[in-house]
Each structure stands twice: as C-alpha cells, then as structure tokens.
Design a protein around this ligand. Structure first.
Ligand SMILES: [Fe+2]
Ligand SMILES: [Fe+2]
Length: 349
C-alpha cells in the first residue's frame, strides 16, 4: 500500500499511532493520514485527541482501510473530520484516487467561496489535471479538447485582469506540479494578451502553459520533492521531464505546434546553456521564450522544501541577471505586466 502511494506522494510509515504523533507535531503538516480500522479503533485515542485539538490538524483528512463494512463508525468520524473508508480488497488505483481526492479536498473546498468564474477556472483545471495524471500513469494519450475546455475560464479570468488572484488562490494546493502549471499558464496568458494574441491562439498559449510540465508526473517523488538542492543524478532525472512530456504529447491527438514547441523548448536559453538541445538565439521559439520567463519566475517565487519563496523583487533581480539567457524585450514586458497585476501586493508567492 505504501509503495503505491510513494509514486505520487512523500509517504512516512509508522507501525503505531504513538510513533506517528511526532509527525503531527512536526513543522510540515501532513496532507493525509492513512490508517487501518483496527489501529484506529483500538490504539489511536491519544493520536486523535491531538489531531482534533488544533484547527490545522483537524483539517487533515483520514483514509481508513479495513476488511469489513464499518459504515456507522465512519459516519461518526465524519462528524469531526474528513474521512473515507476503503474496504479490502481494493485496487491500487482506487487507493490513489481516494488519496488524491482527500488530500486536495480542504483547499478545493475554499475555492467554492470564490467568484463563479475564478472557482470554475481552478476547479476545471484541477479536474483536468487529475484526468491527465491518470492517463499518464496508464500510458495513455491526453484529450486535448478537455484541456482546452478546462483552460477557457482561466484564460477569460486573465482577460478580465484576474490573473494575480488566480495565482494567489491556487497556491496551497498539495499538487505542486498542478499549482506550478496553473501559475505558468496564467503568466504566459498575461504575456500573450499583452502582445496582442487573441482567441483560439491565446487559448493555445494557456494550454501550452498547463501542459509543458506534465512529464513531471513521471518524475520520481524523491526528486520532485527533494528537501535539498538536487545532486547530479537527481538533476539528470529532473531534466528528463522534457522527454516525458514529449512522449506524452506524441501519444495524444490534436496537439498543436505551439503546445509542442513550448514543451520542448521551455528550458532552453538564448546563450545555448539550456536543455535538452542547447538551442541558441533565433532558434528559440517566441512562445517558448514566454514560457521560459514565466517558468523561472514561478520556480523562484514558489516555496519549495529546499528553498523559501522569493519575493517579486528578488525574482525579478535574478531574471535581470540572466540577460544573456532570456529575451530582454519579453522580460521588460513581463516586469510591467506582473507589476501591474500585483500593484496592490508587495510580494508574489
Ligand atoms: Fe519544465
Ligand atoms: Fe516548470
């Protein structure tokens, strides 16, 4: 059971609830507790007492596994916290689905209170991203129409000047690749809008931002969520996401050239120091240049296990130092747009 979750999550295993108590009190709040029914009923009194004491711990959902039906018990637990019961035998995919649903539930609940289209933009992209993850794990191609459709409210929110709010509201979702993709898609759409890209083509830019890192679904979790800077081997593994994305898109119908080129070139740099091909100058597609700036900005302003979130100004300073590597015209435009979008905020996280 642990191994089927480690592909998607960082999992700590405890042989008793007593042993798990320090994890509840640790600096990183768990996104989910998976517990056996027998353990929960017989030995978890102290553990549950601590869990229900604080609001933040109360929010942690519980996935209970067991051999027979325990409807009544689960109903009682549901009164105090979010819980789901999985009766054995269950498929690994059922376990992963239940876990994904529970882990994302608290933040997605908060989205329900947002204005209608902001809520739609986040809900539809989250649903689509889960569908993408499922297909990638099964080795299936993606449905481009679904992705374009799910990106439409996001694009419309950007057109109405609500991009900054979108990026603010998506943060805190447990799925970092999803959060990163929404932020990159939002920034790329802002940039594309500013240079006059419209309609169908603008939606392609949004979809390209959403899809360019889907290959990370195949990247091992210990690399994705490494608490330290990546070592040489981990870096090689991380860089492979470009190839993974390429393979996923190759298997999918209706992928436009724009989406493909962004996925292939978003880590390339003007001076040839990027990857995977070390392309230089004019060989770099313009959409991919948008993607590179948006991607670096997001990576810097994200809080990660190995680094704090950079402020808006810190991130811009880093980008300015990369003058030989990223498009200076687009960077100037990017600064203007993001500054305007965040006019009422002092930092971007
Ligand atoms: Fe990437
Ligand atoms: Fe990225």
């Amino acid at each position: 059971m642990v191994s089927s979750l480690t592909n998607a999550y960082e999992v700590d295993f405890y042989s008793s609830t007593d042993a798990a108590i320090p994890a509840l009190r640790g600096s990183v709040t768990p996104g989910l507790i998976v517990m056996d029914y027998n353990l929960m009923v017989r030995h978890s009194r102290e553990f549950m007492k601590i869990k229900l004491q604080e609001e933040e711990l109360q929010e942690i959902p519980i996935l209970v596994t067991g051999t027979v039906d325990h409807d009544e018990f689960i109903h009682t637990v549901r009164m105090v916290c979010r819980v789901h019961y999985l009766q054995r035998p269950f498929l690994q995919s059922q376990l992963r689905e239940a876990a994904a649903h529970l882990v994302s539930a608290p933040i997605e609940d908060r989205w329900k209170k947002l204005p209608a289209r902001q809520k739609e933009a986040l809900q539809q992209t989250a649903i689509n991203f889960r569908a993408i993850e499922k297909k990638v794990r099964k080795g299936l191609g993606l449905n481009m129409e679904d992705t374009r459709e799910s990106c439409t409210p996001l694009m419309e929110e950007v057109l109405d000047g609500n991009g900054a709010a979108l990026m603010e509201n998506v943060k805190g979702h447990h799925n970092h690749t999803y959060v990163h993709s929404v932020k990159v898609a939002t920034l790329m759409t802002m940039l594309a809008k500013a240079i006059g890209i419209k309609g169908h083509e603008l939606l392609t830019v949004t979809a390209a931002g959403m899809l360019m890192d889907v290959g990370k679904i195949a990247t091992p979790q210990d690399v994705l969520n490494s608490p330290d800077n990546l070592d040489k081997d981990q870096m090689i593994e991380m860089k492979k996401h470009v190839y993974h994305t390429h393979d996923i898109l190759e298997q999918s119908d209706g992928v436009t050239e724009g989406i493909k080129v962004v996925a292939e070139q978003h880590h390339e740099k003007l001076d040839g120091s990027g990857y995977p091909f070390g392309l230089k100058g004019k060989d770099l597609n313009e959409l991919a240049r948008f993607a590179a700036i948006s991607d670096i900005f997001c990576a810097l302003t994200d809080k990660r296990p190995y680094k704090p979130a950079y402020s808006f100004n810190q991130a811009i300073k880093v980008l300015e130092k990369m003058e030989d590597q990223i498009d200076p015209f687009l960077l100037a435009l990017f600064k203007e747009i993001v500054l305007l979008a965040y006019a009422d905020q002092s930092s971007v996280h």
